[in-house]
Design a protein around this ligand. Sequence first.
Ligand code: NAP
Ligand code: GCO
Length: 277
Amino acid sequence: MQDFLKNFSLEGKVAWVTGASYGLGLAYATAFAQSGAKIVFNDINQELVDKGMAEYKKLGIEAYGAVCDVTDEDMVKEFVSDVEKKVGTIDILVNNAGIIKRIPMTEMTLEEWNQVINVDLTGPFICSKAVLPAMIKKGSGKIINACSMMSEFGRETVSAYAAAKGGLKMLTRNICSEYGQYNIQCNAIGPGYIATPQTAPLREKQPDGSMHPFDRFIRSKTPAQRWGKTEDLMGLAVFLASPASDFINGQVVYIDGGITAYIGQDPSNLDPSKLED
Ligand code: NAP
Ligand code: GCO
């Protein structure tokens, strides 16, 4: 029987994770490196790139990092060209970079709306368009998009983010539809609520030391009764980046502790003393 586990290896692959100086992007890139891939990442400014490089060095990972704003097509084209010259053809792209603005829609300015749409939806379009020609030429490629609970559900104050993440689900399906014939798979990771800087405001303790109401709410909606950790997502990222998932295409794989399967319970039923951080 073929050594099945080799299907999960990323040996010899070049993986580009956008916005990967910290948070989920750092976790994905770390998992890819530990699975044999060469790591390439970008972030919005040199300070963050330097921060990321230091993190990767601490982890024993030799990464290529450079400043690149995923909403700037010229910067993205130059970044990809430099990577192809200095590292190699990009085999795996994770469209991870993202922002959120939590503002009631009636108070959100058009500029704020466009900022979120540009990073979270147009950025993945720009980056995917930049790597697809070489993937087509090579006859293989993996694109993994960062979808969200908000690809399926709405909630107060996140109209632009939900619209972007919903659109990103359909962009995932369309890249699958248009480029699957070239042995290119485009899928999405759909994290639940994960403890990263992006969600830190939703977990801050109240002035009296009690749980943030949203923290209690999310735990009451999650069978696991905890927030996800970035480590929880590493296995799925490697799976979707590896040959083991070559016949999976156009899918959003939710990794959410059970939120999407559960109606939830009364938040007042939760015993804070028994909740895992
Ligand atoms: P994060 O902590 O906010 O990190 C996002 C990274 O993207 C940061 O390094 C950020 O840099 C960078 N970035 C922002 N705009 C950029 C741009 N224009 N060009 C290049 N890089 C840019 O987010 P996260 O929690 O790790 O989440 C990563 C992705 O997963 C996001 O797309 C998010 O929407 C998605 N997601 C997160 C969760 C969650 O619960 N955490 C759940 C579902 C989906 P700055 O520091 O300058 O912003
Ligand atoms: C929010 C959160 C969520 C998470 C994630 C959930 O304000 O509701 O930031 O949007 O980031 O997208 O999957």
